[in-house]
Design a protein around this ligand. Structure first.
Ligand SMILES: Nc1ncnc2c1ncn2[C@@H]1O[C@H](COP(=O)(O)OP(=O)(O)OP(=O)(O)O)[C@@H](O)[C@H]1O
Length: 251
């Protein structure tokens, strides 16, 4: 059974239609990335899929689905002492051994006693990932998890995500406002601009006219940083939105 299915999903903020008629499914173990310009509705789509917004259409989740959410930013008061080990116990306590194992897994084994507010950007993202993994999720949901990291940091983070997926079989749904390296770490990319412009494997989307109208070809170089081998079937783009080019804005 699919983990999450959206059918004819539309979302309005006030009177403004932000997402219209989105159809998608997330299957167990796959890495799906949503790309699109600023304001194209990526975060709205995530929140709608997570049941945080009123929508029209239908969102179905596998019964008992466990979601590990990795936020874009952490809203912690920096003046409050919060060692990593306490942070990992929110909302549910975990043994020190479990914590040590998951910190090791995400490549920050020595930060347990540090203050969360003193972590570097890359360390913090890994700690947020560790916390999400402690819930043993069926799906990790990440909203622009590498904001503020440089391109190498970004590539390393997505390689880690892929390694975790391979080890645990967790599905991954990520949002990015740009192509960068994230796309090549994905099995499937959904290009969003208020609606699904095109979707498919990274290469299919990269070559799709709808995608190029939004992003041009300037991000090709970043793809070379990290290539992911695809040995499964390619999905074609679903429909032609050549008129999108008139309103395209690379943000
Ligand atoms: N709570 C809200 N109330 C009103 N409008 C909103 C709200 N949240 C988002 N919007 C609007 O909905 C549109 C889509 O926003 P959303 O945050 O989903 O885009 P995004 O693709 O994630 O953008 P970015 O790449 O800049 O993060 C934007 O025009 C935004 O201004």
């Amino acid at each position: 059974m699919s983990l999450i299915t959206a059918r004819n999903l539309s979302v309005s903020h006030g009177r403004r239609l932000v997402l219209s008629d989105v159809n998608l499914t997330i299957e167990p173990g796959e890495i799906v990335t949503i790309v699109g310009p600023n304001g194209s509705g990526k975060s709205t789509l995530l929140r709608a899929l997570l049941g945080m917004l009123r929508v029209s259409g239908e969102v179905t989740k596998k019964p008992g689905l466990v979601v590990g959410y990795v936020p874009q930013k952490l809203a912690l008061d920096p003046s409050l002492p919060m060692p990593v080990t306490s942070f990992l116990n929110l909302p549910k306590p975990h043994s020190l051994a479990e914590q040590a194992e998951v910190l090791r897994r995400v490549g920050v084994r020595n930060v347990a006693d540090q203050q969360v507010s003193e972590l570097s950007g890359g360390q913090l993202q890994r700690v947020l990932l560790a916390r999400a993994l402690l819930s043993k999720p069926d799906i990790l949901v990440l909203d622009e998890p590498t904001q503020g990291l440089d391109q190498n940091g970004e590539a390393a983070f997505y390689q880690l995500i892929e390694a975790v997926r391979t080890e645990t079989g967790v599905a991954v749904l990520m949002v990015s406002h740009d192509l960068h390296v994230v796309m090549s770490a994905s099995d499937r990319v959904i290009c969003l601009n208020g609606h699904v412009c095109c979707e498919g494997t990274p290469h299919v989307v990269r070559d799709a006219p709808e995608y190029r109208a939004l992003f041009g070809q300037g991000t090709r170089g970043a793809l070379a940083l990290y290539q992911h081998e695809h040995d499964h079937e390619h999905h074609g783009c679903t429909h032609d939105h050549s008129t999108d080019k008139d309103t395209a804005n690379a943000g």
